[in-house]
Write a protein that binds this ligand. Structure first.
Ligand SMILES: [Zn+2]
Length: 539
């Protein structure tokens, strides 16, 4: 089995990404996850660049990681300073990590224009900075900055830089495509030349400016690199770093390399979502391998084929990386999509079978009006129930609602107030009013207040997300809007949909579905727990 070391730099290079900012606690939590996942090296930060990075190392060394080695990042010494007097190198050592990775110049252009020193002086800086650290640390990695661009411009000098680092005692040289613009063939050529020039192990560090960071990293490994540097979800400066979440399954499932154990690979999707959560980034649906759309099938033909044999439309078994197949409901849906979906929701497909034709027609009609059930599983499940039972599931009857949005002065925020009158299951009429920070919020509060007397579990429901999409943009304020509401309680999350010319009406529909779904779900669970109890109206 061919092996590759994973070197994660989410906590250092990843944090260079715009809008990415992690607290020390969040960085520690990510480090623990990465360790559990089986990453070999975790670059914790650049202690010389900011206090937050420096503050990571002391607690990180106490985490008691089982597998991963913590690495401190830094740079070679400044020109005209002895290594022992250089503050950068001192900071790297002060971090207390067992390994260091230092960035050094290998492109003659940078030596000339940025450092303004001779080529010979740069070789000396590389060799003595590394030698100084190596006497004090187990491992010292050189990040060969701009290696591939340097190699294209002046291969003799670039390879001389690698030799100087090797002579200084570097334990590994990581070849960097710092500008992120190289092609896979350039990577292959550069890595092979580096292998011929130095006898020590090589790594690859790519950026994604040409959207080739994953391909380039894999090309690097195939040309002989034994270490891959990258970040979770590819976060990082500009267009990001090489995405380990794509590189790992490609190497492991397609090319026969071992990066992590198969059982660890199963937590890849979870790791990806965890990091997104901590950097406060919406997970990308279309992210290869781990995205929620990665194994989602919409067209009827595909959906029926994947049920016979998933391999016909899926490049890997999603379970291997902790993802799963989804079949989407839409007006393109055929009978097989609906049956699959019903099974997924625990609804007896045999009961649905005779009503499928009518359901397909109704779905087409609803989607034509602007409903969309792909993101609204709960509304869809209620629709299935209605189809099977022949009538909509009802927990209360609306007698009427009124929403007032009032602005009393141009400098004051407007006030929203809603009144709701409903008839409960026992025939009692409930009349409530509530204020809110907007008309929908006021309506939601008033409705719950009215219903909680009949259904106390409504108290547990929280509104997590509220989205409005304008469907016919050309009509301006007359347009149809679709509202999606995501609700949750202690055990579940569910999404419901409403469509209307009126945003309050569309929100009302989605709110009512959200509450109906909660009550339906509670009753379903209740039945499951106590199968002896007689079935209720929803059966
Ligand atoms: Zn980088």
């Amino acid at each position: 089995m061919k092996r590759v070391q994973l070197y994660d730099t989410t906590l250092r290079d990843g944090c260079q990404g715009e809008e990415v900012s992690l607290t020390v606690d969040a960085k520690l939590a990510i480090a623990e996850r990465l360790d559990g996942f089986g990453v070999h090296y975790i670059e914790g930060g650049w202690p010389g660049s900011n206090p937050r990075d420096a503050a990571f190392f002391a607690p990180a060394m106490k985490l008691g990681l089982k597998h991963a080695k913590i690495v401190a990042f830094g740079s070679t010494r400044r020109a005209n300073v002895k290594p022992s007097e250089d503050e950068n190198l001192a900071m790297v050592l002060r971090a207390g990590a067992p390994a260091a990775c230092i960035v050094g110049k290998t492109w003659d252009l940078h030596v000339r224009e940025a450092l303004r020193i001779s080529e010979a002086a740069n070789l000396e800086i590389l060799a003595d900075s590394i030698a100084y650290l190596r006497r004090r640390l187990d491992e010292v990695i050189l990040d060969a900055e701009h290696f591939f661009d340097g190699f294209a411009a002046n291969p003799e000098f670039t390879l001389a830089c690698l030799k100087a680092a090797a002579e200084g005692g570097a334990t590994l040289i990581c070849l960097c495509d710092t500008r992120g613009g190289s092609m896979p063939a350039d990577i292959d050529r550069g890595v092979r030349a580096a292998r011929a020039a130095v006898p020590i192990p090589l790594g690859i560090h790519c950026h994604n400016d040409g959207e080739l960071a994953v391909a380039n990293s894999i090309a690097g490994v195939q040309a002989g690199c034994v270490q891959i540097q990258g970040t979770i979800n590819g976060i990082g400066e500009r267009c990001g770093n090489a995405n380990l979440v794509s590189i790992i399954p490609n190497l492991q499932l397609k090319l026969g390399y071992q990066c992590v154990k198969p059982v660890q690979l199963k937590s890849l999707s979870e790791l990806s979502r965890f990091v997104d959560e901590l950097v406060n980034r919406e997970p990308a649906k279309q992210q290869p391998f781990v995205g929620s759309s990665a194994f989602a099938h919409k067209a009827g033909l595909h959906a029926s084929a994947v049920q016979k044999s998933a391999a016909m439309y899926e490049h890997i078994d999603p379970a291997l990386i902790g993802n799963h197949q989804r079949v989407l409901v839409s007006d393109q849906a055929g009978r097989s999509n609906l049956i699959f979906k019903a099974k997924e929701l625990g609804i007896d497909p045999v009961a649905l079978e005779p009503k499928l034709k009518g359901l397909l027609q109704e779905l087409k009609q609803l989607e034509h009006q602007g409903f969309q059930f792909e993101g609204a599983d709960a509304s869809f499940e209620l629709l299935l129930q209605k189809t099977i039972n022949g009538a909509k599931l009802r927990h209360f009857e609306l007698i009427g609602f009124r929403v007032i949005d009032e602005k009393r002065h141009e400098d004051e925020a407007s006030i929203a107030e809603a009144t709701v009158i409903v008839k409960g299951p026992d025939g009692t009429v409930e009349h409530t009013a509530a204020q809110g920070n907007g008309p929908v919020n006021a309506l939601d509060t008033a409705l719950r207040k009215a219903l909680v007397k009949f259904y106390p579990s409504i108290e547990e429901v929280r509104l997590h997300d509220y989205k409005v999409r304008v469907l016919e943009a050309t009509e301006g304020t007359k347009a149809v809007v679709r509202v999606l509401i995501e609700s949750g309680d202690a055990s579940d999350h569910w999404t419901t949909v409403g469509v209307s010319h009126n945003v309050v009406e569309a929100s009302w529909q989605a709110l009512v579905d959200a509450i109906d779904f909660k009550l339906y779900k509670d009753r379903k669970r209740h039945r499951k727990d106590r199968p002896a109890v007689a079935t209720s109206v929803v059966a």
